[in-house]
Design a protein. Structure first.
Ligand code: 5GP
Length: 189
């Protein structure tokens, strides 16, 4: 059977990756979302095994040592990683797999799996990103300020991606995202 397409999606915190990907996944039953592992504390609305697999630092480091992750990175003082077995299994089943990961992780994937498609979601402007992040009630002012600072660094690296989509409206972005996936799948036929 033909292997599925590996899709990496990055973008600064608050750009709307979660909302866009939820819609894309709903429209594509053949697409699977890879749930990451993190050492970050769960937010009030997050569920173990749905948003993330929440681990202690010790458990996380054990997984790295055992070579159980495809990539990992430290983001905002917490560790994040993509579990290897799940992604490989789904790709072999012919499913397309989406990784929602940061720029450091995306570059590791590009190195290891050059056939992956890298998509960057950018905000229409920095002011709009700030407005969206501040509207997220679940985080403290310190965390939001830190994320805004780091957004500059992420935005500066968007040219390392195969595609950049400016997330003006969710529906337009979803359409563009799906068009890219279709085009890339066609190329590989
Ligand atoms: P958050 O804490 O807001 O859920 O995520 C913070 C950042 O970590 C986001 O940029 C997100 O894309 C990134 N991230 C989430 N999971 C992973 C992962 O498995 N690997 C890497 N490298 N980054 C991740």
């Amino acid at each position: 059977m033909k292997k599925g397409l590996l899709i990496v999606c990055s973008g600064p915190s608050g750009v709307g990756k979660g909302t866009v990907l939820a819609k894309v996944l709903k429209k594509n039953p053949n697409m699977q979302y890879s749930i990451s592992i993190t050492t970050r504390e769960p937010r009030s609305d997050e569920v173990e095994g749905i948003n993330y697999f929440f681990k202690s630092k010790v458990e996380f480091l054990k997984m790295i040592d055992a070579d159980e992750v495809l990539e990992y990175a430290e983001v905002f003082d917490n560790f994040y990683a993509t579990p290897k077995a799940y992604v490989e299994e789904k790709l072999h089943e012919g499913k397309d797999v989406v990784l929602e990961i940061d720029v450091q992780g995306a570059m590791q994937i590009k190195e290891k799996m050059p056939e992956a498609v890298l998509i960057f979601l950018a905000p229409p402007s920095f002011e709009e990103l700030e407005r969206r992040l501040r509207g997220r009630a679940s985080e403290s002012i310190e965390v939001i300020s830190r994320r805004l600072q780091d957004a500059h660094g992420e935005l500066a690296q968007q040219d390392k991606y195969d595609y950049v989509i400016v997330n003006k409206t969710v529906d337009e972005t979803v359409k563009e995202f799906m068009a890219i996936v279709e085009k890339e799948k066609e190329k590989r036929k």
